[in-house]
Design a protein around this ligand. Structure first.
Ligand code: HEC
Ligand code: HEC
Ligand code: HEC
Length: 207
């Protein structure tokens, strides 16, 4: 993991393994047995939305191609809906992670020990190679709240406006923005306007 990157998943995995880091230099503590916990009462089910109100992007996730539902332990997995039930939703019904971060509903650490700080850059970059679509506004602030410069520079993006050969077909195939969007960040296909947000005739922000 690159320094400064807030990969919540890694943290959760490390915590789950009972790995404790202590002192300088870091050493791994002995693996501890899991504490005996009182069983957690199941949370009441969320009322299901009528099928015609559920967005196709959301229904696609419900198809669940990853897990084996015939495994007896399958029902012990926490459902995404349950874990994120109290979070604000975006227009498609997915959890709005930016809102969760900004409101403090989630507070990921900057590093494993929780002592580091993120290097936040407040710089909007307008990307204009968009044919007839509105220009793309890339917000550094939103990204550097949880990502390090080195996650994107020098690859996949050279840090210079207009020099990167980004196209939608590359994004849909998982390059450039598509390294994260459609995977861990919001789904590209249904949210053109979240990136293409600057009208071509609008006065551009001064850079
Ligand atoms: C995650 C952000 C993001 C989303 C969502 C997104 N785009 Fe793009 N799009 C870009 C970027 C970045 C470029 C390249 C801009 C540049 O290089 O100046 C681009 C370029 C384009 C281009 C011109 C280049 C090409 O490939 O033809 C078109 C057309 C386009 N987008 C259409 C769309 C449509 C339609 C959608 C929704 C289905 C969409 N985009 C969703 C980020 C996005
Ligand atoms: C999530 C990806 C991502 C992260 C993280 C990121 N950047 Fe960028 N950066 C971009 C993109 C995309 C562009 C625009 C490239 C283009 O226009 O082709 C850019 C452009 C830039 C530019 C050029 C701006 C211009 O107007 O020419 C600088 C400087 C820059 N980034 C610095 C940084 C620094 C410093 C950090 C860390 C604090 C950082 N970036 C983190 C994606 C990122
Ligand atoms: C290294 C991973 C990564 C890359 C590369 C990346 N993003 Fe993101 N982006 C994220 C994450 C994580 C979020 C926050 C989660 C979410 O909103 O789904 C985000 C959120 C956003 C948002 C919402 C910001 C807000 O404040 O609401 C926009 C717009 C966006 N990205 C555009 C882009 C564009 C355009 C590109 C390519 C030029 C890009 N991103 C490349 C990870 C990435």
């Amino acid at each position: 993991m690159r320094e400064g990157t807030r990969l919540a998943l890694l943290l959760v995995l490390c915590a789950g393994l009972g790995v404790a880091l202590a002192g300088e230099p870091m050493r791994l503590a002995v693996l501890m047995p899991a504490p005996t916990l009182a069983p957690v009462a199941p949370s009441p089910p969320r009322p299901a939305a009528p099928a015609d109100e559920v967005h196709p992007a959301r229904r696609a996730l419900e198809l669940n191609p990853i897990y084996d539902a015939s495994n007896p332990a399958y029902f012990r997995l926490q459902r995404m809906d349950e874990a994120t039930r109290d979070m604000k939703r975006d227009a498609l019904g997915f959890p709005d992670w930016m809102a969760a971060l900004r409101s403090g509903a989630i507070a990921p650490r900057a590093d494993l020990l929780g002592t580091g700080k993120m290097n936040v850059l407040d710089l909007d970059v307008v990307m204009k190679n968009t044919k007839e679509m509105p220009y793309v506004l890339f917000p550094h602030q939103s990204h550097t709240l949880w990502l390090d410069c080195s996650n994107c520079h020098p690859a996949p993006f050279l840090p210079k406006n207009g020099v990167n050969p980004v196209s939608m077909s590359a994004i849909f195939r998982g390059s450039y923005c598509g390294m994260c969007h459609d995977r861990v960040a919001f789904i590209t296909f249904y949210a053109c306007n979240r990136c293409h947000s600057v009208a071509q005739d609008a006065a551009l922000p001064k850079r």
